[in-house]
Design a binder for this molecule. Structure first.
Ligand code: PLP
Length: 358
């Protein structure tokens, strides 16, 4: 009865709700550093806007065009509003892109390892996915990615900075790569973590959008803006492709409250900057820690670190017993840890040293 590609899938295992976990572990508080959420919260202006929201609007369908949010994001990224597509989280944009472009016989290229949603949706659409391994420093191997293109290649996913390795490739390197990509192959740059890089102008691919009609840049409000619960992500795309994606999108995929939250969060650039400053400081501090204690790790440009941890599953369990959830299962004996508040980082690093008796 099931479509063949779906019968082979395993359901996504969601994070256990924190209250449930706290009860199970007998702890008063558990800190989740496994999902790259913002440890500094969300702009207080969002809370105010939600309180001021007119509840009598509840019975109306939301603005299906997300006009106000669309205009605000268009101003922010400096493109025409028609070139934006909004999704119920960037997850939905990834699904929409896969649904719109992929059919049986197509091939998808991605980095290995990278964000798992690209492969999931490519598999549902019955296409073949090929992983191009990252280099020994964790960064994307763009020449290898270009060399892997075949006549069947339809989409190329490039997560930058890459989840889980945390490393980033420069816009100049992407420009060089794009020059080798045939026009009928669509390149998707997932910039979910772009807010955190050391120098935005060096890394974002946004300036390339005017030069290529086969390039899209994807962003989300879930990470740096601390809005994961509201599910808002977007793509900036070539003008020609926008109408097709809009036809595949569900008409009311974004609620009014989500639109309002995202628009308000975007307007509070001070909050964003304070988050980014704190994340950069945590990044330096984690890097120094890992270096000092001889861990193998990649140079992160994101809000998390990916490092080799002997006995990673045991360490993760030890950290959980002490109130910290970290991400396992991305590569054997490697862990991905989201940077927390400076207090949390200190505590976590102490626990890691205690586990290894360093
Ligand atoms: C978190 C994440 C997303 C999904 O973000 P949502 O907007 O919350 O759906 C997309 N891409 C990458 C690389 C991510 O890490």
């Amino acid at each position: 009865m099931l479509k063949k590609t779906v019968s082979q899938l395993q359901p996504y295992v969601p994070e256990t709700p924190l209250p449930e976990l706290e009860k199970k572990l007998g702890l008063t508080s558990v800190v989740r550093l496994s999902a790259n959420e913002n440890p500094f919260g969300t702009s207080p202006q969002v809370q105010q806007a939600l309180q001021d929201w007119d509840f009598s609007n509840s019975r109306y369908y939301p603005d299906g065009d997300a006009s106000a949010l669309r205009q605000a994001v268009a101003d922010y990224v400096k493109v025409a509003p028609e070139r934006l597509l909004f999704g119920n989280g960037l997850d939905e944009v990834i699904e929409l892109v896969s649904r719109t472009f992929l059919e049986n016989g197509d091939e998808v290229l991605e980095l290995g390892p990278t964000f798992s949603e690209y492969k999931l949706h490519a598999q549902i659409e019955d296409t073949i996915v090929r992983d191009v391994p990252v280099q020994s420093d964790g960064s994307a191997d763009l020449p290898a990615l270009a060399a892997a293109i075949t006549a069947q290649t339809k989409l190329i996913w490039l997560c930058n900075p890459n989840n889980p390795t945390g490393t980033a490739v420069t816009c100049a390197a992407i420009a060089k790569f794009m020059a080798q990509v045939p026009q009928n192959v669509l390149v998707l740059i997932d910039e979910a973590y772009m807010d955190f890089v050391d120098d935005l102008a060096t890394y974002t691919a946004l300036p390339l959008l005017n030069d290529y009609s086969n390039l899209m840049v994807l962003r989300t409000f879930s990470k740096a803006y601390g809005l994961a619960n509201f599910r808002v992500g977007y793509a900036v795309m070539p003008p020609k492709l926008a109408p097709s994606l809009q036809s595949v999108r569900l008409p009311y995929n974004l609620g009014a409250v989500a639109q309002l939250a995202a628009q308000t969060a975007l307007a509070d650039q001070d909050f964003l900057q304070s988050t980014v400053t704190r994340v950069k400081k945590a990044r330096q501090q984690w890097q120094a820690f890992l270096q000092q204690h001889d861990f193998t790790f990649y140079r992160s440009q994101a809000n998390f670190t990916f490092f080799q941890a002997p006995n990673a599953l045991k360490l993760a369990d030890y950290l959980l017993q002490h109130g910290f959830i970290v991400r396992t299962g991305l590569r054997p004996d490697w862990l991905r840890i989201t940077f927390g508040t400076s207090e949390q980082n200190t505590q976590l690093q102490r626990l890691i040293l205690a586990f290894y008796q360093k």
